[in-house]
Design a binder for this molecule. Structure first.
Ligand code: HEM
Length: 228
C-alpha cells in the first residue's frame, strides 16, 4: 500500500489497484448475473434491454451494497474500526458505491418513461403515487450521499474540522434509510407474492432494501454496544 500525506482519515494509505478492482468486480458481477438470470432468463425481458435496463438494475443493486459495506467494515468485518487500512477501505467502498449509484441515476434518467416503468405512471402519462414516492426517496438519498462523497475530497477534514466532517460522513446513514424508502415504495407490493417471483428469485428491490437495512443495522449494533 502506498503512503500519502493528506490528513483526511483513510487517506494516508491508497489501496492497490488489484484490491480496488477485486472489491468492485466481486460485488458488481454477481449483481449483474442475478439481474440477467432473474429478468432476461426467467422473466423473459428481451436481450435488447440488457445494456441499459438490466445493467441499470445491477448498478443500483451493487451501489447500495457497496455503500452498506462502507458502513459495515470495521463493525462486522475487515478488522478493527479506526485503523487507517480499514478507513481507507471504507472510503474506497463508499466512493465506489457512490459511483455505481451515480451510474444508476443517470441510466434511470435516460430510461424514465411509461414504456420502461409502467408501474410508476398513470394512464395520463403523469407519475402515480408509487412513482412520486419512489423518486422523492431516490433523489433525497442521492443528495444525502453527496455529503460523505464530497467530504472525502483531499483536505476536507482540515477544512471542516472533525465534528462537521463526521456529521457529513454520517449522512450516509440517512442515504441508506432513504434507499430503504426508495426500494420499499417501488417494490413492496410484490415482495410477499412469492409465487410471482421469476425463477423463485427475490426481487432486487427487496435485496437492495435488505442491504441498506444491514448498513443501518451495523450502526445500531455499535451504538448499543457502546451504551452497555
Ligand atoms: C435521482 C435519484 C434516483 C432515481 C431517479 C432512481 C430511479 C430508479 C428507478 C427508475 C428504479 C427502477 C429500476 C427498475 O425497476 O428497473 C430504481 C431502482 C432502484 N434504485 Fe434507484 N433511483 C435513484 C436513486 C437511488 C439511490 C440513491 C439508491 C441507493 C443508494 C438507489 C437504489 C436503487 C435500488 C437498489 C433499486 C432496485 C433495483 C431494481 O429492482 O431494479 N436508487 N431506481
Amino acid at each position: 500500500m502506498k503512503v500519502n500525506h493528506r490528513s483526511n482519515p483513510g487517506s494516508s494509505v491508497r489501496l492497490p489497484a488489484a484490491e480496488r478492482a477485486r472489491w468492485v468486480l466481486s460485488v458488481w458481477l454477481p449483481c449483474l448475473a442475478y439481474a440477467i438470470v432473474r429478468y432476461n432468463v426467467y422473466k423473459g425481458v428481451e436481450w435488447t434491454h440488457l445494456p441499459l435496463y438490466i445493467v441499470n438494475k445491477s448498478a443500483a443493486f451493487a451501489g447500495v451494497i457497496l455503500v452498506a459495506l462502507a458502513y459495515l467494515i470495521g463493525k462486522w468485518f475487515g478488522g478493527p474500526a479506526g485503523t487507517e487500512p480499514v478507513r481507507a477501505r471504507a472510503k474506497f467502498l463508499g466512493l465506489a458505491g457512490f459511483a455505481m449509484v451515480t451510474v444508476h441515476v443517470l441510466m434511470a434518467m435516460v430510461l424514465l418513461s411509461p414504456a420502461s416503468y409502467e408501474k410508476f405512471y398513470e394512464a395520463s402519462g403523469k407519475l402515480n403515487l408509487t412513482g412520486e414516492l419512489t423518486f422523492l426517496f431516490g433523489v433525497l438519498a442521492y443528495c444525502c450521499l453527496l455529503f460523505p462523497a464530497i467530504s472525502t475530497l483531499p483536505y476536507m477534514y482540515d477544512a471542516l474540522g472533525m465534528e462537521r466532517w463526521l456529521k457529513a460522513q454520517h449522512m450516509g446513514y440517512a442515504a441508506l434509510a432513504l434507499a430503504c424508502g426508495h426500494t420499499l415504495a417501488m417494490g413492496s407490493a410484490g415482495w410477499a407474492d412469492i409465487a410471482s417471483w421469476p425463477g423463485s428469485m427475490p426481487p432486487i428491490t427487496l435485496l437492495g432494501f435488505l442491504a441498506a437495512l444491514a448498513g443501518l443495522g451495523g450502526k445500531l449494533w455499535v451504538t448499543r454496544r457502546h451504551r452497555r
